[in-house]
Design a protein around this ligand. Structure first.
Ligand code: SF4
Length: 65
């Protein structure tokens, strides 16, 4: 699945980075960066936790056709 972030909604509180640091990272300017936009067997559980935890509902998972 593809990992999408609505950067207009994101408030850079780093909750997703805490749950899935292999995917989400805040840069030095507090902008969220995606290290990858693909889920895999290793990161998918953490990414789903981040989706559930994001208070702005800014992260979504999109199935690839
Ligand atoms: S948890 Fe949501 S609001 Fe917080 S940094 Fe991640 S995407 Fe942005």
């Amino acid at each position: 699945m593809k990992i999408k972030v609505d950067f207009d909604l994101c408030e850079s509180n780093a909750l997703c980075e805490a749950l899935a640091p292999e995917v989400f990272e805040l840069d030095d300017d507090d902008f969220l960066q995606l290290k990858t936009d693909e889920t895999n067997d290793e990161n998918v559980d953490n990414v789903k936790r981040a989706v559930a935890a994001c208070p702005r509902a800014a992260i979504s998972l999109v199935s690839e056709a």
